[in-house]
Design a protein around this ligand. Structure first.
Ligand code: FAD
Ligand code: DLZ
Ligand code: SF4
Length: 502
């Protein structure tokens, strides 16, 4: 049987179906997976080190593991060609695998299975609360696939934060209490830093040599690479940050990369943490009186709501979802997404922290880098490839709907009821970025004005045909209509001048 780099879970469909006494587990580091986008160096090091540690964990549990390293001389470079090579080494009658998390690899495995006589059994990935089939049933016949409706169904199904058939506290969602700007003088916890060991050090040397031209700083490397390490990092989050998670979920600060966020998506997405176990732990913290309801509910919603929902959307939309481009945007991704060299302090801070830690929290991804790309008319596929490469937690099943659907509105509103477009005013309210910026957030047009201000109005004006009928945009469009035509032209002129130089 085959285990992929994001299938590092001892309880998983393929392992549940296999037999320790007779089956051989193939785990392979391959160039096709380290290179389908130019992943951040820290992401490659994290995945490879976690894979090597997982192989040890399996061996300790009594499994036979055949592990192929990236620098093995005979490594053929792809999962399917390594399966082929392994079949020459072992006397196997079938290949067993839990389905991969991306259309790309799924299609390659299906093509392999169709072209070879050996039976390939691909099992559902049962590490999610909602299977692909259950999502399809839920979506069937609905006009709109709203996350909130899906989330309530999963709350009922799991019983998380439920009091009989009613939500604990009487409300399903406490988001209205979760949009506080940061306060001066707050103390922020730091995510737990995992210790390095020989396996990780070897990987760091190899990644440093082999992927020197990839984006991002390799060191300091601090991610946990084992299940125990990931659990310890999550425990620390519950004890030190969770109680403030809800209140300051949308806040952004230049000197604080993590605020009260968990920094666990990378562990969940490779299988070092189990989503349901994580939610049960948070529910317990609430029942023990350690954290308020808005924090526990907000956190659980992200995992059994958003995380499960975007996965359902990814598989439902099919391999062509990636081609959607509702606005017809064609601009190349600006260089500063890689270099960080821009006068816009908010974008500079987000890119710099992405480069140093392969991490930015949700609002930075959505309202800074994502918002800017959409306002500036960047090709959504280029935006998607950037997000897929630069974050340690990025896998297409979760990244693509978030980027293409939620942040770029490139699916025309399947996932979001309106584009997440915002002017500098929002960024200034939720962050401390603007104080350090060469642009003035209070200025609306001209060379010193905050670019988000005029780009926002220009975006709405140029897309009126597509967005004008959206009831959630009625207010900004009526504000636009009340502007004098000179003012409207000023906005558009400032936007044209800025975009020309971009
Ligand atoms: P926290 O803020 O502490 O949230 C807790 C957990 O909730 C996360 O670990 C994650 O598992 C889950 N979660 C929260 N929001 C979402 C969401 N919108 N979709 C799915 N799960 C969510 N998340 C990824 O896991 N991988 C990605 O590649 C990814 N790409 C994104 C791209 C864009 C443009 C945007 C706007 C969001 C993206 N997200 C992605 C969602 C979210 O930003 C990250 O899950 C989160 O920032 C990870 O940090 P954290 O663990 O500190 O999360
Ligand atoms: C992300 C990643 C990387 C960097 N390297 C490997 C690898 O060498 N071998 C492997 O099996 N998986 C790797 N992965 C994870 C895969 O890309 C992931 O399993 C697919 O994208 C499907 O989600
Ligand atoms: Fe960003 Fe505008 Fe604020 Fe500068 S002024 S940090 S560009 S929002």
């Amino acid at each position: 049987m085959v285990i992929l780099g994001d299938q590092l879970s001892p309880k998983m469909s393929s392992l549940n179906q296999a037999d320790k006494a007779t089956d051989i587990i193939l785990i392979c580091e391959v160039a096709a997976e380290t290179g389908y986008v130019a992943h951040h160096k820290k992401k490659i090091a994290f995945v490879l080190s976690a894979m090597r540690h997982f192989a040890r964990e399996l061996e300790a549990l009594g499994w036979t593991v055949d592990y192929v390293k990236l620098d093995d001389e005979d490594n053929t470079g792809s999962i399917t060609s390594e399966i082929e090579r392994a079949l020459e080494r072992h006397d196997c009658r079938s290949v067993l695998i839990t389905e991969p998390g991306e259309w790309r690899l799924r299609e390659a495995l299906e093509a392999y299975a169709a072209a070879h006589p050996i039976p390939v059994r691909m099992l559902d990935d049962d590490r999610f609360v909602c299977s692909r089939g259950a999502f399809a049933d839920w979506a069937q016949g609905r006009k709109q696939l709203r996350m909130e409706h899906f989330y309530r169904e999963i709350r009922r199904k799991t019983g998380l934060l439920m009091d009989g058939d009613q939500p604990v506290g009487g409300r399903w969602n406490y988001d209205s209490e979760n949009r506080k700007p940061p306060k001066d003088g707050m103390d922020f916890p730091t995510p737990l830093r995992g210790p390095s060991d020989e396996i990780t050090n070897t990987i760091l040397t190899m990644v440093g040599d082999r992927f020197a031209d990839h984006f991002g700083s390799l060191e300091p490397f601090w991610f946990a690479v084992t299940r125990n390490g990931a659990e310890a990092a999550f425990d620390q989050f519950v004890e030190t940050a969770l109680s403030n998670f809800g209140d300051y979920q949308d806040a952004m600060l230049s000197e604080e990369k993590y605020l009260f966020h968990a920094v666990i998506a990378l562990y969940l997405n490779v299988g070092l943490l189990d989503p349901l176990a994580v939610c049960r732990r948070v529910e317990k913290a609430f029942h023990d009186g350690a954290v308020p309801l808005n924090a526990a509910e907000g956190f659980i919603r992200q995992i059994i709501g958003w995380r499960e929902y975007v996965r359902g959307i990814y598989w439902r939309q099919g391999p062509d979802y990636v081609k959607e481009n509702f606005f017809g945007h064609t601009r190349a991704l600006p260089d500063f997404y890689w270099t960080g060299e821009t006068d816009m302090a908010c974008l500079r801070a987000c890119v710099e922290q992405t480069r140093s830690d392969a991490y930015a929290h949700h609002i930075q991804r959505l309202m800074i880098t994502g918002n800017f790309a959409m306002l500036a008319g960047v090709d959504p596929k280029a935006v998607h490839e950037w997000y897929l490469a630069v974050y340690a937690d990025a896998y297409e099943w979760v990244e693509l709907p978030n980027t293409l659907g939620m942040s770029q509105f490139a699916d025309g509103g399947l996932l979001a009821s309106k584009p997440y477009a915002a002017s500098g005013n929002y960024i200034n309210r939720m962050s401390d970025y603007c104080g350090d910026c060469r642009y003035k957030v209070s200025k609306k047009t001209g060379p010193d004005a905050c670019p988000f201000n005029y780009l926002y109005w220009d975006f709405l004006a140029r897309n009126r045909e597509k967005l004008g009928g959206n009831p959630r945009l009625a207010r900004p469009y009526s504000t636009w209509d009340r502007f004098e035509s000179d003012r409207q032209q000023d906005f558009q002129r400032s936007a044209d001048q800025f975009l020309e130089k971009l």
